[in-house]
Design a protein around this ligand. Sequence first.
Ligand SMILES: [Zn+2]
Ligand SMILES: [Zn+2]
Length: 260
Amino acid sequence: MFQVKQIASRAWEWLDEGGDSFYLVTGNNTAAVIDTGITPGAQILPEIRKITDLPLVLILTHAHIDHIHHMDEFSTVYLCHSELQLPEEFLREMMAGKQLDLSGTIDIRTGSRIDLGGNRLEICQIPGHTPGSVAVWNPEEDLLFTGDAIGSGCGVWMQVPGALPLTQYEENLRRFMRWLLDRGGKMRFFGGHNRQTAQSKLLPNNPLSMGLLADLIDLVHGVVTGTITGTPSEAKAFSDETVLYAYFGRAEMIYLASQI
Ligand SMILES: [Zn+2]
Ligand SMILES: [Zn+2]
């Protein structure tokens, strides 16, 4: 049901059947799970327990259905509370029939640190895909977990309900880029759906990277200023409005004309 792979000396990645990635980073006294994927009717905790016996915390990159589903298996959960701005009805849909306590989570913001004992995680907000999307950085091994904030290699979804206007997303991406450069800019990126690196229209394999992030900034800027025009896309629509696809360099984006 799950594929697991060690990605660094103290980090592991799971891929569930639906193609969702979630991660584990261990310290000396605590371990952090980042996102949960969605495997209805199953639990992810037994999978995590095959790797570590340490007390666990869960960090959610954002409040979408395929990232939060198993949060009820954890007692300590971190989430940027800007996610609570999403419409209540939409958040209820994201719970897929479960009663998940989003407002009972611990709020995280840019600058929040989670100490694992001899290893730590730092948070950077990237509002766009959702208002409370965050990236999680592990300085010790220079790993960066980005959820869906910049896509996973075949385009960021900005057509989802509650996504921010592209003008704001562009500014937030530039701020994110500066935050990464201030910390060396050599991170290894891990998105929320790692299999998507092989589903790009542009390259046979298109992993997330600083280069892709730079191209994404140029892409969003091009769409905002009108130098790049999207074409109709078959990606999932959440309203009657035509969904558009645009690309620049290595970066792809799904969006709505009304959202610029
Ligand atoms: Zn996702
Ligand atoms: Zn998402």
